[in-house]
Design a protein around this ligand. Sequence first.
Ligand code: CTP
Length: 212
Amino acid sequence: MRFLITAGPTREAIDPVRYLTNRSSGKMGYALANAAMKAGHEVVLISGPVNLPSPKGCNVLLVESARDMYTAVEKCIRETDVAIFSAAVADYRIAHPADTKIKKNSDELSLKLTKNPDILGSARQEFGFSGFLVGFAAETNNLEENAVGKLTEKGCDLIVANDVSRTDIGFDLDENEVTVFYKGGKSAAIPFGPKSDIAIKLIREIDGQISR
Ligand code: CTP
């Protein structure tokens, strides 16, 4: 099957030398791309800026901002059977990035932010995607309620929930522990382990769901 996977953070320009971003390393998304390739799938990986080697044999599209990622996904998603959105997309960007470096002329500086498009939330409605749709939910509290809310609102078949308040898993680490919530109400825990193992289990789970 043809997989599309988004990974990593996005960068939102403040001026030519500064940006807003988040702590995502891209490790989970890259592990998923590797696992999907190993399972025999074709993979397009749309990645924000990360320090990771490109998975061999996978078509990698490098992007910077959320809007760049949106455009890349819009272009590729029609050719896709399974779309996995693991990127930590910046929800907001700077409303008016400066053309020249901002000088420290005053004691305070306010930056006005404006909302970015929701890429996963656009998959069904805007892009007309009818394949198998997988979201991620990064939560610090009310994990189940928030994750299931996103699953429904964004039209996912399943959502992978991460507790990002824990310091031993998740952002920028090699290990993770996740709970998968399915459309229809079931859930399954994938226990603590290397992201590479969790990725293999998730791809197996997705393959299993599709071949049912
Ligand atoms: N996502 C996306 N585009 C955005 C924001 C999020 O594609 N602009 C995707 C993420 O890749 C993930 C899912 O939506 O698969 C949920 O992301 P998350 O950051 O957990 O939640 P948000 O939808 O951004 O909501 P909030 O930040 O309010 O929790």
